[in-house]
Design a protein around this ligand. Sequence first.
Ligand SMILES: [Zn+2]
Length: 204
Amino acid sequence: MLIGALVGGLIGAGPAFLVAWLMLRRRRRIYRNLRAQLPPQVSPEQVCDVRYASARRLKSMLKILPWELTGILFADEHGLSAWLQSGNGKRNLTLRFDPERDVVEWRGQESFMRNGPLNWLAIGTPKAPKHFFTSETGLTILGSKDKTQDIVRMLQSSLHLTRCLQCEYELWGNTTGVCPECGTAFARPTAELAGQDDADDEAR
Ligand SMILES: [Zn+2]
């Protein structure tokens, strides 16, 4: 009886598992191809495999998956870039973020009802971020919180353009390694941004 139920369960879950596995294989191919096109000065530790959703996609009720594109998010000496592709390779999107204008924010879950338990970071202007990223997590969507927070930390250590994970205090240009607002430690910036001055024009 028990074995019958187990086998039945496995057969039932089989197709879903196969689809997830095929989709993962396709995403891995995209990561590999995009990474191969990176200029040599981008170090592999500063490249993240991500899934992407626009703000509109995350708000939409009509979808099978919350993400729409797959690709890489990476930091270089000028700022941040994302190279993204649809699963069938037909849609390509290149995003370039400006350290003077855009911030990276930890967002956590964006509506469990619409998007499930995936966790997100957002890049854009603080009041209206348009671009959302979540880490690759393999076959399941477990572990997206830790892995996506790792990406935020990686970006914090590479650039000066993020907010505190705890209290959302603006950490631009902060080199102490400790949030002055709540005392949370963060990875200190290691790369100086060229020509960065006081960009704190968020007077709203
Ligand atoms: Zn803080």
